[in-house]
Design a protein around this ligand. Structure first.
Ligand code: NAD
Length: 494
């Protein structure tokens, strides 16, 4: 299949105050397709002045937006969801070309899940009820949710569109205005969305600044005009965001990295297990914060598991992401594939075995892009570098275990705690293990499901706060308590 032609602007400005504007410095960054190196477009490198303008425009927008009622806000969120659905095919292809993800994923997962999040938060805000209590005979307490103001949001390249939806939907539902910065590697789908929803969102309520993390990201995180920072990305940058939030004495929610344990007991269904291994580590080329990158397999099924896993991985189609039957697309850029293959070399030096994969793909038209073969590292132990650090590629490290206590101990021996899964037919064991593992999300007999309505977020160095759930409204608002005396008598104290 030849590469689809899509309509993209040659150059994108910044979206500030309800319109696209040129950056003050005129500096642009080229954007390439990771599957074949084609120049797709160029985006604006936002300067400090541009970020100032965006924050100012957001406060301007907030002045009116904070007066909206929840019905009006829900209507805006639902309209955004409708527009995403109506333009799903275009947005899916933009994401596929910009990021390298297979079209079957962007079409069936990234884009529909994004519109689902806008609908979910529209519903969540409508279902909200304020509280009023009689404290005693003479006093009433009214509890109101009020927006925070202007939120600075910074998102990564692995799910550019979905992460934008995770950030924008609760903020808009709560009544905040935002300045959002996508990754400079993958800004196109959000910029395209802004073209589509320009007339639906009140001016200044969403402002998009683009550019590198080290410039535009730094200006945004240190901006003194923000009421909150919300970040998804690496733990390394997460530390910087937390410290900028501390400096400004504002709250921060952080969704960071992981090294999640995908645990297979000897009573699991082997067909489902092999499928679950692939879902855990091949989805989005393994560039998933919650990827099942540490695979623990019970010793009784280890040999059969490895044999079947190798066969599965050998038969995965690594190919051009716009082809319908491609299962694994391109890594996002050169730096990322070099990092992934660098970890394969580290594994070899550490004495592990590369049971399958471990190299660039060379078939199906992949020669010009950044494609990695699905990889299994065996003969590994939990203390190896490849079992401790986030590889962020289609590379699973497999470790054998004897019993429940041992596997819980090994799974918890990690600085991260984002997700994980347990595969077994024994419900008691599934729940015991799920409870024993220090992570924010444990799947049972499934992996990488990320619907709206189930809270997602990390323990330990994987983050602070939860997303994808109505509890996020608390993180985007503050509480006003109005305390009323209805008695006509003086207090009698003075
Ligand atoms: P990254 O930390 O390099 O970049 C994330 C964002 O931060 C980008 O927009 C980048 O431009 C910006 N940035 C970089 N340096 C900055 C700085 N000094 N100041 C301000 N902003 C800066 O992460 P990435 O490589 O884009 O994404 C991969 C990482 O994201 C992985 O670690 C992954 O686990 C994590 N992630 C976590 C979740 C989650 O929900 N927990 C979801 C997706 C991705």
């Amino acid at each position: 299949m030849s590469k689809p032609k899509i309509n993209l602007d040659k150059k994108y400005g910044l979206f500030i105050g309800g319109e696209f504007v040129q950056g003050e410095s005129g500096e642009m960054l080229d954007v390439y397709c990771p599957a074949d190196g084609e120049l797709l477009s160029s985006i604006t490198q936002a300067s400090e002045k541009d970020v100032d303008n965006a924050v100012e425009a957001a406060w301007e927008g907030f002045k009116e937006y904070k007066k909206t009622n929840r019905y009006e806000r829900a209507k805006i969120l639902n309209k955004i969801a409708d527009i995403i659905d109506e333009n799903a095919e275009h947005l899916a292809m933009v994401e596929t070309l910009d990021n390298g993800k297979p079209i079957r994923e962007t079409r069936n997962i990234d884009i529909p899940l994004a519109s689902e999040h806008f609908r979910y938060f529209a519903g969540a805000i409508l279902a909200e009820e304020g509280t009023a209590n009689a404290i005693d005979e003479n006093t009433l307490s009214i509890v109101l949710r009020e927006p925070l103001g202007v939120v600075g949001q910074i998102i990564p390249w692995n799910f550019p569109f979905l992460m934008a939806a995770w950030k924008l939907s609760p903020a808009l539902a709560a009544g905040d205005a935002v300045v959002i910065k996508p990754s400079s590697t993958t800004s196109l789908s959000l910029l395209e969305l802004m073209k589509l929803i320009k007339d639906v969102v009140p001016k200044g309520v969403i402002n998009v600044i683009t550019g590198s993390g080290s410039k535009s990201g730094e200006y945004l995180q240190h901006h003194k005009g923000l009421s909150k920072l919300a970040f998804t990305g690496s733990t390394e940058v997460g530390y910087k965001i937390a410290s900028a939030a501390a400096d400004g004495l504002i709250p921060a929610t952080l969704e960071l990295g992981g090294k999640s344990a995908n645990i297979f007991f000897d009573d699991c269904d082997m067909d489902l297990a092999i499928d679950g291994l692939a879902m855990g580590i091949l989805f989005n080329q393994g560039q998933v914060c919650c990827a099942g990158s540490r695979v623990f397999v019970h010793e009784n099924i280890y040999d059969e598991f490895i044999e079947r896993a190798i066969k599965k991985f050998e038969n995965i189609k690594v190919g051009l992401p716009w082809e319908e039957d491609t299962q694994v697309g391109a890594q996002v850029n050169k730096a990322q594939i070099e990092k992934v293959l660098g970890y394969v070399e580290i594994a070899k030096k550490e004495g592990a075995t590369i049971a399958v994969g471990g190299e660039r793909a060379t078939k199906n038209g992949t020669e010009k892009g950044y494609f990695t073969m699905p990889t299994l590292i065996t003969n590994a132990s939990n203390d190896m570098k490849v079992a401790r650090e986030e590889i962020f590629g289609p590379v699973a490290v497999v470790i054998k275990f004897k019993d429940e206590d041992e596997v819980i101990k090994m799974a918890n021996d990690s600085e991260y705690g984002l997700a994980g899964a347990v595969w077994t037919k024994d419900i008691n064991r599934a729940i015991r293990v799920a409870r024993g593992i220090e992570t924010g999300r444990m799947w049972v007999n499934t992996y990488n499901q990320l619907p709206a309505g189930a809270p997602f977020g990390g323990y330990k160095k994987s983050g602070i706060g939860r997303e994808t759930h109505k509890m996020m409204l608390d993180a985007y608002s503050q509480v006003k308590n109005i305390f009323i005396n209805i008695s006509e008598k003086p207090s009698g104290l003075y």
